[in-house]
Design a protein around this ligand. Sequence first.
Ligand SMILES: Cc1cc2nc3c(=O)[nH]c(=O)nc-3n(C[C@H](O)[C@H](O)[C@H](O)COP(=O)(O)OP(=O)(O)OC[C@H]3O[C@@H](n4cnc5c(N)ncnc54)[C@H](O)[C@@H]3O)c2cc1C
Length: 510
Amino acid sequence: MQTASHQQQYDVIISGAGPVGLFLAGELALYGCAVLILEKTIPQDNPLKKIPFGIRGLSSLSIEALHRRGLLEELQLHKRMKQPHSVPKNGPAPQRQSGHFAGIPLLHSNIDTAQLKFRLPSSNEPALMSEMQELETVFSGRAAALGVTVLYDHPVTDFRQTTDSVTVWSGEESFHAKWLVGCDGSRSIVRKAAGFEFAGTEPEFTGYNAQVELTGAENLRPGRVITPQGLYFQSQPGYLMMQDFDGGAFHASKTPLTAARFQEVLRRISGCDITVTAMHNGTLWTDRARQATAYRKGRILLAGDAAHIHSPLGGQGLNLGLGDVMNLGWKLAATIHNTAPEGLLDTYFSERFPVGEQVLDWSRAQVAVMHPNPHARALYAVLRDLINTPDGATYMASRIWGVSTHYDLGGHHPMTGYNVPNFEFEDGTTIGEIMRDGRGILLDFSNNDQLKSIATEYAAQLKYVAATPKISLGVMALLVRPDGIVAWATDSQADTGELQAAANRWFVRS
Ligand SMILES: Cc1cc2nc3c(=O)[nH]c(=O)nc-3n(C[C@H](O)[C@H](O)[C@H](O)COP(=O)(O)OP(=O)(O)OC[C@H]3O[C@@H](n4cnc5c(N)ncnc54)[C@H](O)[C@@H]3O)c2cc1C
């Protein structure tokens, strides 16, 4: 065992090089922070990170965020793969699906996109498919290009914080930083060792994912099938997901998953006489839903699955984690550089905790509706009818795509606290493209010199852009934070006092 105390003082050490840790490292490095990632595993080919098991649906806020950092263009998978799941060879072509709630398909044709908040023709797709492998490759490429150091095979094993620094141990090696961020997933050592409370609910089911070789598979029905015993879903021949409502008992038992066990559960849930001749890549999961009751203790922070866990139903966990990063990155960097207004870092928790709470409840609601008992089946039928109405589908889409996500920032304008629409200007550029340097923007559609002079006071953190949008949505000026959230907006002559107050809340004078 190597014994070493590394002398370099980093600004931030991140525990975990999953998608959230890597994306956060890139954000911090964009703002000039020195970042070290310590990752427990060794990079290797992992089928669970590739399609179909590694498929991850990205939703609107993540997609716009990636666009704002020039990373969306690097994702290729969604260009090749519009429909990740196999479709029946016979019968009519299936309608385009835009997600699901509790297994009830959300049909794109039912969604009235005109009702969705602040969408523009220049907005990016509201949902697309990626995979863990692709995201980690893109994020680690960006982090490396920005000078982030990643040490694989270096699990964080312990740490100590003082009032102005943190020492982090990986076995006998120690590293030093001003801050430590736990992005080390659902079993986060950072969360546990720092003593964060992780409050929530216990599981209703054990979930099974596996690639299997089967005989009798022709008897399985297509789509997500709920039976009186549970749920099964064959996404592609031989790739099966099941939910067995055993209160999470099998997962908790720590019994290894075997082909015989998989067959037993599949036969019981499907009612089909199926034989599993071989099983590859079998994994277990549950709908345990828990959230840290604080995201910060002194110099220790949490983000991603380290801060919140819930069932993967409806695919929201990664999007929630990427949202944490967009919110935390610029605030932590400003705190490190002593350019943060009073209390800026505290708003990471006050803004992100309620969003996490909503996602956990969204996943609990789905579990309640998917239960095989008669009451849940009755509720499922009612919801299925509602989702098949334009208003029902539009409501579901606004939640699943994340476009209804809002921070309570006060202010009068209805756009305040929402993700800025991807305005396109007369020269064809979009606001996403001009935000790549990570600065906030004072966007002026009225060419007002007073606004320009206010923005100049905060020039290191805020960029003044006078432009003519193709569609203005009636807005004359907006203050946009580095994470793309509208901090202030006006439809008429700007009240400069209000603007100055909003600017002072998020930025400091240069
Ligand atoms: C089957 C399934 C389908 C899903 N589908 C979707 C979807 O469609 N959309 C969506 O948004 N989300 C989805 N999710 C959820 C999503 O995968 C997670 O929310 C996301 O991976 C969390 O990222 P993370 O970086 O926070 O954690 P992780 O991906 O868990 O990464 C944590 C990293 O920390 C490392 N680590 C752990 N302990 C230590 C330590 N002590 N020291 C150093 N490193 C450590 C791990 O090795 C790992 O690399 C799905 C999840 C599952 C299981």
